[in-house]
Ligand binder design. Structure first.
Ligand code: F6R
Length: 588
C-alpha cells in the first residue's frame, strides 16, 4: 500500500524529483516517508521523517541516483526508525519494500545470530541485512536473487547499491512500473508518479528482476536467470488528470468530473460493451467481486442485471470470494470491479480462479495494473486517475459500465447510452450551487451527530451502503446503510429524537415502501433527509434528484458531496487522505 519512486539518469536533482514523485504517490500511504540517494561523493545519504510529506522540507540535494518511499504502516508503528529506506550494517545497501514478508521473524533471528544490527521493528529490514550477507560471497545480482527467493509473501523490492551505482527492482504481487526517458529511468509503484516525465512504461511482471544502471536496463527472470527482452508500452494518460486544478481537494474535483466520465463511457464504450455482453450471456455462473465501494457497485450490478437484462449474477465482497470458490469451473466467469486494479483481496481469488480455468472479464480503471493483466478480457473505466482516497468517479463509472452491459445483453444498448447521457446531465445540475448550498446547510446541521442512518430499497440499497461508506470514511461519523425493509428487524431501536436518517426514494417500484419506512423512522424522532425526485411531507430536508431512468448513478452524488461537506464541517485535516486509510490496498 506504500508509494515508491526512484530515479537513475543524468539529471542532477534526483532528490527533488523523488520528493515530487512521492508527493504524487502519497495517497498510497501517508504516515511517514524517506529518501536515499548517492551523493556527490558517491556515498549513500538518507533522510526519513514521519507525517505527511507536504509539510516537511527536503534536506537532501544533488545526485543522479536515488529511491524514495511513502509508508502505510504494517509492521512497526509510525516512527522515523520504521520509515523506509532501510540500510544494511555497512550503510551501502538501501531498500524500499511494498508488501509483507511473512517469514521475517525467522530470517531476523538467523541474521541476529550472525551479528547483524537491527534498528527498526519492520519486516523490511531483514532484506538489506540478507543482501549484506550474500554479497560477501557473490555478485550483487545473485545476492538480490538469493535474497528474494528467501522471502515468503507478496513483495516488491527496490534496492540501491552504492558500490555498483545500480538500482535493482524485483516483485512478486505488489506492482512496479518502470518509465523510460531520455538517458534516464524512473521507477514507481504506480504509473501516475511517472507520467509527468514519460508515457513509455514497463509494467514489471512477477519474478522478473530489473537492473538499472546509468542509461541501461537489463531484465532477467529471477528463477531461470533467462534474459528478458524489454517490453515498454506507450500509455495515453495525460499528466493534467493528476493535478488539483482550481479545486481545494481532489475529492471535490473528482466528484465534479463525473458528468464527463459518464459521457466518455456512453460515447466511446458501446462497441466494446456489445462485444463483451455475449460472454456474460454464455457463462455458466457469473460472479461480480470487488472491495469496499467496488463491492457496492457489484451489489448494484446484480439489481441492474436482473432488472434490465433479466439474468442472474452473483456477487461477493472480494475478500470473501475465496471461501466460495469451490464450485468454480472453466465455464464460470468472474467480473472483478476495481479502480486501482491492485487490490490484493481481488488479486488473490482471481489467481486461484484462473488456476481452475475460470474466465475473467475485468472492469478496471488502471491500465497495466495487476488485475488488468490477470484478466482474459478488460473493460477500462476511462475515469482518469482517481487520487482522493474516497472513491467517487470510479464508483459511478463502474455503475455506468454495468448499466451499459445490462442493456447490451438486453440488445438495447441504444437506450443504455441515452440514459447514461441523461444521467450525466442531471449530475451536472446537482453540482450547481442550488443543490450544494442545501447540502452544505444540512452538513452544518448534522455535523455534531454521532450516528447517521441511510435507507434504500432495491438498487437504492446499494446507494445507501455506498453513501454510508463515503460519510464514515471522510467525516468519521458512524454511518450505516440499511435495506429499508430491515430497519424494523432491529436497527430502528437506535433511532432517537433528532437522529439524522437519509432516505433514498427514487420514483420507482420502491417509492411507496421506502416512504413508509421513512415514516417509521420519523415516528421515532428521526430527522428525515429525503433524496428523491418528489418532495414529501415526511421529509425534513429534501434534495431533488430528477428521474433519469438510472437512479443509481445520480442519487449517490448528493451523498458524496454531503460526506465531503461533513468532513470540512468537522475540521478533518485533509478529506483526500482520511486517517488510517490508503488508496491502493495491496496487503491482506
Ligand atoms: C472507499 C474506497 C474503497 C475502495 C476499495 C477497493 O471510498 O475507495 O472502499 O473502493 O479499497 O479499491 P479498488 O476499486 O481500487 O479495488
Amino acid at each position: 500500500m506504500c508509494g515508491i519512486f526512484g530515479y537513475i539518469g543524468t539529471k542532477t536533482n534526483a532528490p527533488e524529483m523523488i520528493f515530487k514523485g512521492l508527493q504524487t504517490l502519497e495517497y498510497r500511504g501517508y504516515d511517514s516517508w524517506g529518501i536515499a540517494i548517492l551523493n556527490s561523493n558517491q556515498k549513500l545519504q538518507r533522510q526519513r521523517q514521519t507525517g505527511k510529506i507536504d509539510k516537511k522540507q527536503l534536506k537532501l540535494s544533488g545526485g543522479t541516483i536515488g529511491i524514495g518511499h511513502t509508508r502505510w504502516a504494517t509492521h512497526g508503528g509510525v516512527f522515523e526508525k520504521n520509515a523506509h529506506p532501510h540500510l544494511d550494517c555497512n550503510e551501502e545497501i538501501a531498500v524500499l519494500h511494498n508488501g509483507i514478508i511473512e517469514n521475517y521473524q525467522e530470517l531476523k533471528e538467523e541474521l541476529l545470530k550472525k551479528g547483524h544490527h537491527f534498528t527498526s521493528d519492520t519486516d523490511t529490514e531483514v532484506v538489506p541485512h540478507l543482501l549484506e550477507e550474500y554479497v560477501k560471497h557473490s555478485p550483487i545480482k545473485n545476492a538480490v536473487k538469493k535474497t528474494f527467493q528467501r522471502l515468503r509473501g507478496l513483495s516488491a523490492l527496490v534496492i540501491l547499491y552504492q558500490r555498483t551505482k545500480e538500482i535493482f527492482v524485483v516483485k512478486n504481487g505488489s506492482p512496479i512500473v518502470i518509465g523510460k526517458g531520455q538517458d534516464e529511468y524512473f521507477i514507481a509503484s504506480d504509473a501516475v508518479g511517472i507520467l509527468p516525465y514519460t508515457n513509455t512504461l514497463l509494467f514489471l511482471n512477477d519474478h522478473e528482476l530489473a537492473i538499472l544502471g546509468e542509461n541501461s536496463l537489463v531484465l532477467e527472470h529471477i528463477d531461470t536467470d533467462k534474459h528478458i527482452k524489454e517490453y515498454f508500452e506507450t500509455v495515453s494518460w495525460q499528466q493534467s488528470h493528476v493535478t488539483k486544478g482550481n479545486y481545494k481537494h481532489f475529492m471535490l474535483k473528482e466528484i465534479a468530473e463525473q458528468p464527463q466520465v459518464i459521457r466518455t463511457i456512453a460515447k466511446t464504450q458501446k462497441e466494446l460493451i456489445e462485444k463483451q455482453a455475449p460472454r456474460i450471456e454464455h457463462a455458466f455462473g457469473t460472479f461480480f467481486i470487488g472491495s469496499g465501494t467496488a463491492s457496492y457497485a457489484c451489489l448494484a450490478g446484480t439489481y441492474l442485471f436482473s432488472k434490465i437484462a433479466h439474468i442472474h449474477v452473483n456477487m461477493a465482497p472480494a475478500s470473501e470470494f475465496m471461501y466460495l470458490e469451490d464450485f468454480l469451473t472453466p465455464d464460470s466467469l468472474i467480473i472483478p470491479l476495481s479502480q486501482s486494479g491492485e487490490t490484493i483481496d481481488i488479486v488473490e481469488p482471481l489467481t486461484r480462479a484462473k488456476k481452475k480455468g475460470s474466465k475473467i472479464l475485468a472492469i478496471v480503471n488502471t491500465l497495466g495494473s495487476t488485475i488488468y493483466r490477470l484478466a482474459d478480457q478488460t473493460i477500462l473505466l476511462q475515469a482518469g486517475p482517481e487520487k482522493a482516497v474516497a472513491s467517487t468517479k470510479a464508483y459511478t463509472a463502474k455503475i455506468a459500465v454495468l448499466t451499459y452491459l445490462a442493456y447490451a445483453i438486453a440488445k438495447d444498448s441504444q437506450t443504455g447510452q441515452k440514459k447514461l447521457l441523461e444521467s450525466a446531465q442531471e449530475i451536472q445540475r446537482l453540482l450547481k450551487p442550488n443543490t450544494t448550498k442545501t447540502l452544505r446547510s444540512i452538513a452544518k446541521k448534522i455535523a455534531r451527530h454521532e450516528h447517521v442512518y441511510l435507507i434504500g430499497r432495491g438498487m437504492s440499497y446499494a446507494t445507501a451502503l455506498e453513501g454510508a461508506l463515503k460519510i464514515k470514511e471522510v467525516s468519521y461519523i458512524h454511518a450505516e446503510g440499511l435495506a429499508g425493509g430491515e430497519i424494523k428487524h432491529g436497527p430502528i431501536a437506535l433511532i432517537d429524537k433528532g437522529t439524522p436518517c437519509i432516505v433514498i426514494a427514487p420514483q420507482d417500484e420502491t417509492h411507496a415502501a421506502i416512504l413508509s419506512n421513512a415514516m417509521e423512522l420519523k415516528s421515532r424522532g428521526g430527522y428525515i433527509i429525503g433524496i428523491s425526485p418528489k418532495n414529501s411531507p415526511i421529509f425534513d430536508e429534501w434534495i431533488q434528484v430528477k428521474d433519469t431512468g438510472i437512479p443509481l448513478i445520480t442519487q449517490v452524488i448528493p451523498l458524496q458531496l454531503l460526506g465531503y461537506f461533513l468532513s470540512l464541517q468537522r475540521g478533518v485535516a485533509d478529506p483526500d487522505k482520511p486517517r488510517n486509510l490508503a488508496k491502493s490496498v495491496t496487503v491482506k
